[in-house]
Design a protein around this ligand. Structure first.
Ligand code: AMP
Ligand code: FES
Ligand code: ZN
Ligand code: ZN
Length: 336
């Protein structure tokens, strides 16, 4: 008969309380109070170290209803930054596990619950909401169906549209900075993908801070890029932030998900490899000027229709794609 070994519960490094998280890559176990304190301190440190923004600047946080972006909004408010929210209603129905869920509707509800919670505490938050179907004529899945006849997933149209809308709202409302909830797992997986493809143009630009390429555009920052996904999940739980657990129905099977799994497998044997992979890339790029030519030769023009930057010569992909979608929708509308 094998006897089970009982490990005593891990204690917080700073007090006698039971630890709620053990971060092997930092050799650090913390109780809920000290974990929240640690997350706040670390975020403050990274915002300063990478020169993301100051307390005088207005930050627009893109909130999806997921754990990372809601945690980010919570952290920035707790640290005393001027942070407003932006939710983009994509009109996505279903989720990775079942198709009865109103994925976008539920996501919006979690964001609204966060705002309502703060209102009940006497703090009015500003939340901008852009509904893609109302604003541009069709939801993301319908638009994708119309434009590529369902041959491809709607993810690239979705990404293109989200980027455009985030830039537009930040510019229209005079925000200095646009912050997204990307964590280290996201960034390392994207870097893995870009490296596998030797996608030089992306490798030249991927980073925690992207300066604006055009006047009037906001600086783009990822203040959570040094935290692991599990740390942000723990943070949301400890802080009592309710968020959508389900994934977008189109995310399952995505290569980024596979890269995340691979990196996590490596992380088991060597805690910290994910961070090293990403941070050493940033260091090597800076110290040795890697991909500098790609960055310098990247010509950004201005779209004559929307005024946003584009690598194309004339009208940008967003404006071209949505013009095509609306032409096709008009052709098949019942009024004809
Ligand atoms: P994703 O591209 O879904 O991995 O999301 C990355 C980040 O983009 C999130 O952490 C949010 O900051 C932002 N984001 C994603 N979806 C939305 C949305 N529907 N509305 C606003 N921001 C979003
Ligand atoms: Fe955009 Fe899934 S969130 S396609
Ligand atoms: Zn403690
Ligand atoms: Zn345009």
């Amino acid at each position: 008969m094998t006897r089970k070994r009982h490990h005593p519960p891990l204690k917080c490094r700073h007090c006698a309380q039971k630890a709620v998280i053990n971060m092997r890559q930092h050799k650090l176990a913390l109780c809920s109070t000290h974990f929240v304190e640690w997350v706040h301190k670390q975020t403050e440190r990274f915002i300063g170290k990478y020169k993301m923004f100051t307390r005088d600047e207005r930050v627009l946080v893109a909130v999806s209803g997921g754990k990372d972006s809601l945690a980010l909004w919570d952290i920035l408010l707790a640290l005393g930054y001027q942070a407003d929210g932006l939710y983009i209603g994509l009109g996505i129905v279903g989720c990775a596990d079942y198709d009865h869920l109103d994925y976008s509707g539920e996501s919006h509800q979690f964001v609204q619950d966060f705002v309502d919670y703060h209102a009940a505490q006497g703090r009015d938050l500003t939340l901008h909401v852009v509904d893609v179907a109302e604003t541009y004529g069709a939801s993301i899945p319908v638009a994708a169906q119309v434009t590529n006849r369902g041959r491809e997933k709607p993810c690239s149209l979705c990404g293109l549209s989200k980027r455009h809308i985030m830039n537009r709202v930040a510019r229209d409302h005079g925000y200095d900075v646009l912050a997204t909830g990307h964590n280290l797992d996201d960034e390392a997986a994207v870097l893995f993908g870009n490296t596998m493809q030797w996608a030089v143009e992306y490798l030249a630009r991927q980073g925690p801070v992207l300066p604006p390429s055009h006047p009037g555009l906001a600086r783009k920052v990822k203040p959570l890029f040094r935290f692991y996904e599990r740390e942000m999940a723990a943070y949301a739980i400890v802080r009592g932030i309710a968020y959508i657990y389900e994934e977008c129905p189109y995310a399952s099977g995505a290569t980024t998900t596979r890269y995340k799994e691979l990196l996590n497998e490596m992380e088991i044997g060597s805690p910290g490899v994910k961070t090293q992979f990403y941070l050493r890339f940033l260091q090597a790029r800076e110290n040795y000027g890697l991909f500098a030519t790609a960055r310098e030769t990247l010509m950004l023009n201005t779209c004559p229709t929307c005024g946003q930057p584009t690598t194309l010569d004339g009208v940008c992909s967003f404006c071209q794609t949505w013009a095509r979608i609306n032409t096709r929708l008009a052709k098949c509308s019942p009024a004809d």
